[in-house]
Design a binder for this molecule. Structure first.
Ligand SMILES: Nc1ncnc2c1ncn2[C@@H]1O[C@H](COP(=O)(O)OP(=O)(O)OP(=O)(O)O)[C@@H](O)[C@H]1O
Ligand SMILES: [Mg+2]
Length: 312
């Protein structure tokens, strides 16, 4: 059975708080040794999903298996197979970085002797190791938090927004570590607000919005879901934008940015036709750029914000 290849599966997962439905029938399938990224705007239900998958929260309906075990009836077996880095760091502020790590090692019998030292090195925390975590920056705290998760060498790792608040260099360090974990055979379930991060790391991405998965696929598949290349024109004044909208049917305006999005292939022929048309009506744009879709476009299109703008 291919079942054994799945690190995480969920079917019909449901969760409500009082009458507020947060997860409205979620299906997931994460193969072992891959990175799965759950994307979604604030309040979409990402943390709720992670909490259910990691046995911290009981679902109202559906079945979830993690590492082959049912989260509802075999919570202990699930917990011994996973590591979780929550959205908010689980670091003890009064302890030093080293003590925080040592505590995790003491709680997980069988960890190699040099675990603490190695993890401090790997996360560039050796220098700060003997200082209380309360003196750490937000980024250092997140790194320590992830290091603590890795004690005991979990095979399935849940990371809830692991790089929020990290500077670009620390973010890259984190990405490198995540890739190394997967190269070692671990499975990663990652939530993020950063589409670039999902694009960089994930084998598969699911987009969660209002309790449902509105799209799922590889980064490339998601990008192919939405209309392709377009030209973006930026105008100096609203009057020019108005004029351009009238002569360029099918375009989408953004009144705040004073831009117009014109569908097209971005080739020289269609660009010339576009410029000729503007010329014909004596309309000039401040700026013209050819835009190919990235995950931000997918996200905006799928979670409704862009469709609102387009409906105007
Ligand atoms: N304990 C709770 N009681 C009531 N409502 C809750 C509770 N926890 C979460 N919610 C609600 O469930 C919804 C989903 O929350 P969740 O934390 O899963 O979102 P999220 O996708 O992780 O958002 P963010 O990107 O801000 O972290 C929100 O509307 C939130 O207000
Ligand atoms: Mg969250």
């Amino acid at each position: 059975m291919p079942m054994t290849d799945a690190a995480i599966t969920a079917a019909g997962l449901r969760k409500a708080y009082q009458d507020k439905v947060v997860l409205d029938g979620i299906d997931l399938d994460v193969p072992t040794g891959t990175i799965f990224s759950l994307l979604g705007p604030n309040g979409a239900g990402k943390t709720t999903t992670v909490n259910v998958l990691t046995t911290l929260l009981k679902a109202d309906g559906g079945t979830v298996r993690v590492a082959g075990h049912d989260v509802a009836t075999q919570a202990k077996a699930v917990r011994s197979a996973i590591g979780v880095t929550g959205q908010f760091a689980a670091v003890d502020e009064l302890l030093t970085g080293q003590e925080n790590l040592q505590l995790m090692v003491d709680l997980s019998p069988g960890s190699p002797k040099n675990t603490v030292h190695d993890l401090l090195e790997r996360f560039e925390l050796t220098e700060a190791a003997r200082k209380p975590a309360s003196t750490y920056s937000g980024g250092m705290r997140r790194k320590l938090d992830l290091a603590m998760t890795l004690v005991g060498d979990p095979r399935i790792i849940f990371l809830d927004e692991p790089t929020t608040g990290l500077d670009p260099r620390s973010r890259r360090t984190m990405w490198t570590i995540i890739r190394e974990l997967v190269a070692d055979g671990a499975t990663i379930f990652l939530t993020t607000q950063y589409l670039e991060e999902a694009d960089q790391l994930a084998d598969r991405i699911a987009v969660l919005d209002r309790g449902r998965l509105v799209a799922e696929g590889t980064p490339d598949e998601l990008k192919r879901l939405i209309p392709g290349t377009h030209v973006r024109l930026r105008f100096a004044a609203a009057a020019e934008l108005d004029a351009a909208v009238r002569v360029l049917p099918g375009s989408t305006r953004d009144d705040e940015a004073l831009t117009l999005r014109v569908p097209g292939d971005g080739g020289t022929k269609s660009l010339r036709a576009l410029l000729d048309r503007l010329d014909e009506y004596a309309i000039s744009a401040e700026e013209l750029s050819v835009h190919t879709p990235d995950l931000d476009d997918v996200f905006l299109a799928l979670t409704g914000h862009d469709t609102e703008a387009a409906a105007k």
